[in-house]
Design a binder for this molecule. Structure first.
Ligand SMILES: [Ca+2]
Length: 115
């Protein structure tokens, strides 16, 4: 499990169960249920480092699409519509990808979890 040591397995399962149906993914709800919302900026950065599979320092659309599979290998890919909404929420400078530096992660934590 890619997130072992960061998140609880039961919370991950609950979060994935909540978005099983296509187009039911809500990143705010997901981050709340999986427990990332309550984590430190460092842990959120760690999580985004896992999602950034090619270690480019950015989470690109393709990586975002496979977001759920970082939590469970059997999870579905996000639909194009879900990916676009998620990308828009995290892409603060409009470059079409999400940056993974610490300061941005604090912003992401705020945008994704607290609003
Ligand atoms: Ca990347």
């Amino acid at each position: 499990m890619a997130f072992a040591g960061v998140l609880k397995d039961a919370d991950i399962t609950a979060a994935l169960d909540g978005c099983k149906a296509a187009d039911s993914f809500d990143h705010k709800k997901f981050f709340q249920v999986c427990g990332l919302a309550g984590k430190s900026a460092d842990d959120v950065k760690k999580a985004f480092g896992i999602i950034d599979q090619d270690k480019s320092g950015f989470i690109e659309e393709e990586e975002l699409k496979l977001f759920l599979q970082n939590f469970s290998a059997g999870a579905r890919a996000l639909t194009d519509a879900e990916t676009k909404v998620f990308l828009k929420a995290g892409d603060s400078d409009g470059d079409g990808k999400i940056g993974v530096d610490a300061r941005l992660c604090s912003c992401l934590k705020y945008e994704f979890c607290l609003l």
